[in-house]
Ligand binder design. Structure first.
Ligand code: EPZ
Length: 417
């Protein structure tokens, strides 16, 4: 069990390059299965979730190696068409392999990814869509047994909710299916656009990604590609929160400002001075933050649910009251009880959390229970005077690359023990 010990209350300074996006890397690694041969992915973050995906590819019979931030995957030879429970349970989003595997093999077995710290993580939208594309799927005892008796074919899919993972699974399967697939009410996240860019680099014909309707014309001629992963907008928002709560002046490089459009107003409303220039951004925090008032999580381009926890740590020390409404997941407030141990004043009622900002947080010993909750606790500890201990850093390492080194490079006193 990894632990951070953070001596908080220090002002940070300097410049940080934002890592590649976890939520873009995972579906693109799955999509490499569509094109037998060697694909090269640049700007791939070193994360436990990425390692879990590479282990799934290796288990299937592919080779995968890392050279710094470049990952080279050769999916030319495959030998297994199932993913065992041990690998499926290491990472909840391993369901993203289903579309790619069903496109590569005619029969796929994998266990249900199950729930996670955010509550049940249903996959009904993934399965309904693949059934419309000709996949026979039986679900028994947590096992998925998928079979294409005739052939994988295009379909007109209407998603009741713009599910990111379901959109990605459909895009990947459709890229290799016979005929045309349309996805209505598709997710619009930047990671969807990045996946479409990779699929098109492999010779697919994907259009409309980033909008609510995506059209994919299937091809049997997909080939390996080289691609650079987009920066991680949630890691950027997390470091912006760290800068904001420590009264710091930080420069961010390697970002795509348009991906931050829904979070920038929250930081500006809180009194941060943000200057966007080229591919970079400078954030100068005020002496005292002003409460952002209301934050509702919504599908992109709304405020991202993944930024809710780190931004709540910022609201915890802002002057005034902030109301959070978490619309995406039923239990994404596990960090609240831990933030209250730092002296935060937060009350939760269902999907609403009311944060009454306090002047300062006090050091505390806390435990993380999920990825973005862990990030929120780190942000709070950076702000709290004195030494804080955060257990459960393995959650953080699912999505934040070398985070203690990143924070130390900005002047924070963070030790991983
Ligand atoms: C992706 O999860 C991200 N993960 C999540 O990031 C992110 O929070 C989420 O999208 C929303 O933006 C990856 O990209 C690997 P959804 P995903 O399907 O695809 C319900 C992080 O912190 N739903 O858009 O699982 C679901 O329960 C992680 O990096 C169904 O009901 O999210 C949720 O309430 C956490 N049936 C809502 O839709 C389904 O078949 C949105 O989920 C699928 C989803």
């Amino acid at each position: 069990m990894s632990v951070y010990v953070i001596e908080g209350g220090r002002t940070l300074s300097g410049e940080v390059k934002i890592q590649g996006s976890k939520n873009s890397t995972l579906p693109i690694l799955a999509a490499t299965l569509l094109c037998g041969g060697e694909s090269v992915l640049f700007n791939c973050p070193r994360l436990s979730d990425v390692e879990a995906s590479l282990d799934i590819l290796r288990y299937i019979g592919c080779t995968a190696r890392r050279e710094g931030s470049t990952v080279i995957v050769d999916t030319g030879s495959v030998s297994r068409c199932e993913i065992p429970p041990t690998l499926m349970h290491r990472m909840r989003s391993s369901i993203i392999f289903l579309g790619a595997m069903i496109a590569r093999f005619d029969r796929v077995r994998m266990s249900f990814p199950g729930g996670c710290e955010l509550g049940p993580r249903p996959i009904d939208l993934h399965l309904d869509a693949l059934r419309e594309m000709g996949v026979e799927i039986s679900e028994e005892h947590g096992e998925l047994d998928c079979y294409v008796s005739d052939r994988l074919h295009g379909a007109d899919i209407v998603l009741p909710i713009p599910s990111v993972g379901a959109t990605e699974n459909i895009m990947i399967a459709a890229a290799a299916a016979h005929g045309v697939t349309t996805i209505s009410n598709a997710a619009r996240e930047p990671e969807i656009v990045d996946l479409a860019d990779f699929l098109n680099a492999c010779g697919a014909a994907v259009s409309g990604a980033g909008g609510s309707t995506i059209v994919i014309e299937g091809s049997s001629e997909l080939h390996p590609a080289t691609h650079s992963i987009i920066p991680d907008r949630i890691v950027a928002a997390t470091l912006m929160s760290a800068a904001a709560v420590t009264g710091s002046d930080i420069r961010f490089t390697g970002i795509i400002p348009s991906h931050l459009e829904s979070v920038l107003p929250v930081f500006r409303d809180s009194g941060c001075d943000i200057d966007i220039r080229g591919g970079g951004m400078r954030l100068i925090a005020p002496y005292r933050l002003t409460a952002p008032k209301l934050i509702r999580t919504m599908p992109y381009p709304g405020f991202p649910t993944d930024a809710q926890a780190p931004v709540m740590s910022m609201a915890a020390v802002a002057d005034g009251m902030t109301v959070f409404v978490e619309n995406m997941f039923i239990s994404r407030y596990s960090h609240v009880s831990e933030l209250c141990r730092f002296g935060a004043d937060i009350r939760v009622e269902g999907k609403v959390a009311v944060v009454d900002g306090v002047r300062r947080l006090l050091s505390a010993d806390v435990s993380a229970r999920d990825l973005r909750g862990a990030a929120a606790l780190v942000v709070a500890a950076l702000c709290a005077k004195g030494a804080s201990e955060i257990r459960g850093i393995e959650y953080l390492e699912r999505g934040y690359e070398d985070f203690e080194l990143v924070l130390s490079s900005l002047g924070a006193d963070v030790k991983k023990v």
